[in-house]
Design a protein around this ligand. Sequence first.
Ligand SMILES: Nc1ncnc2c1ncn2[C@@H]1O[C@H](COP(=O)(O)OP(=O)(O)OP(=O)(O)O)[C@@H](O)[C@H]1O
Length: 247
Amino acid sequence: MIDLESVGVAFDEFTAVADVDLGIDDGEFVTVVGPSGCGKTTVLRAIGGLQEPTTGRVTIDGRSPSVAQEAGDVGFVFQQHTLLPWKSALENVVFLRKMADKPPDREGARALLETMGLDGFEDARPAALSGGMKQRVAIARAIHLGADVLLMDEPFGELDEITRDELGVEIRSLWRRERKTIVFVTHSVPEAVFLGDRCVVMCDRPGRIEATFDIDLPGPRDTESLGSGAFQEQVAAVRRTLHESYD
Ligand SMILES: Nc1ncnc2c1ncn2[C@@H]1O[C@H](COP(=O)(O)OP(=O)(O)OP(=O)(O)O)[C@@H](O)[C@H]1O
């Protein structure tokens, strides 16, 4: 369980985030959407122990985020893939486990790369991979770490729309299989609705939670559901909230 209690973050005189209260259950897929600068990354960094809150507190299973992170229980996937350029795809996936002092599992890493559609690219260096493939490696690395909590900051932000949609479907099926807790930050309302079981809408000045939506879409989520009426209605409701916050 991730718990944010009255979390505020200020940078000198500037309040980036104020009064964020949010509880995230184990195994939940939560998306955070809002305009640029509303504090989404700051909240994610506070959850991951990369940003100390100025007020309030964050706990992960009762521990401070930095303790959870050092134990290898929190994995990150950023917009920029952050792979090591001199290591192969496979080595990039396995090395974080080494850093976290977890037992090596090369076969597990290989199988994960295969699941992510990277069969045959295990020995390729990042420079030889497309943007989408690099992000697949970064996601495989975070999952292979064995972390229960995955924090994702616009991981598909630099990808074309079709690759985004496909990776969205893949990340949902990985999540269903692995039952990780995922917190996923995005600018894109359709992406937030498609991926999340719960969508947290943030607004700015100062950054805060404006509303939370339970996303209920019938049937499995695949690229077909992007055209469904239920999906469009949920997207419209989130958009309305974002626009109203500007009035
Ligand atoms: N280290 C920092 N020092 C000073 N100000 C910062 C720092 N980090 C973030 N900010 C400010 O805090 C606010 C929130 O930033 P943050 O990156 O969390 O927003 P965001 O919603 O993730 O934006 P984007 O979608 O553009 O990535 C912004 O106004 C930003 O300029």
